[in-house]
Write a protein of this length. Structure first.
Length: 43
């Protein structure tokens, strides 16, 4: 995992499927969505 300017980047290799998964998450947006979900009891 890398963190570049508040953005998390995950790279995962799955041998059984010969697949590469790349996940990108902006920490600021994630924090806002999570705060909204908690405030509105969204699961």
């Amino acid at each position: 995992m890398w963190n570049v300017n508040g953005i998390d980047i995950d790279v995962i290799w799955n041998d059984s499927r010969s697949a590469l998964t790349i996940g990108i998450q902006d920490e600021r947006v994630f924090a806002e969505v999570e705060a909204y979900a908690r405030a509105n009891n969204v699961e």
